[in-house]
Ligand binder design. Sequence first.
Ligand code: ADP
Length: 160
Amino acid sequence: MRTVIYPGSFDPVTNGHLDIIERALKLFDQVIIAVAENPKKTPLFTVEERLHMLREATAGFSHVKVTNYSGLTVDFAKVHGACALIRGLRALSDFEAEFQMALINRHMEPDIATVFLMPHDRYTHLNSSIIREIARLGRDVTDFVPPIVINYLREKYNHE
Ligand code: ADP
């Protein structure tokens, strides 16, 4: 059984994240989506809200688990017997930080690989922060996020 961890902030989950999850499911037996509790970040949504959105958005997928973690991603991966971490690569701008993280993680845990997956072109410009910004300013984001996220964004920003 090959388990992979897909770690991230998911603040909130977007269609880009879902694209990566679908691709990961073709390569691994089980994907654990892991919401990172990062004390250095001030997220819009609480961990519980992010978990709930992810669970709803992935309810149609088999072999997906959604959970949260704190501490090092490689430690979390080891505890769950994962053989790899998934990260999404959208553009060259993602590369430098991801490359550094992958090499440091490999130094700490040589048996846990980092696998980079590219989303469909239609998602390469998407990230959670741009979604938050568009929604905050009252514009429609239905093309970019699953329906459950629309409801949560409306509630946060009090738009109709
Ligand atoms: P983090 O704070 O760890 O970057 P994110 O939720 O922003 O958390 O991203 C989690 C992972 O998903 C990262 O590997 C990121 O590159 C990837 N990702 C985010 N948005 C997209 C997208 N539109 N297409 C593909 N991968 C994405």
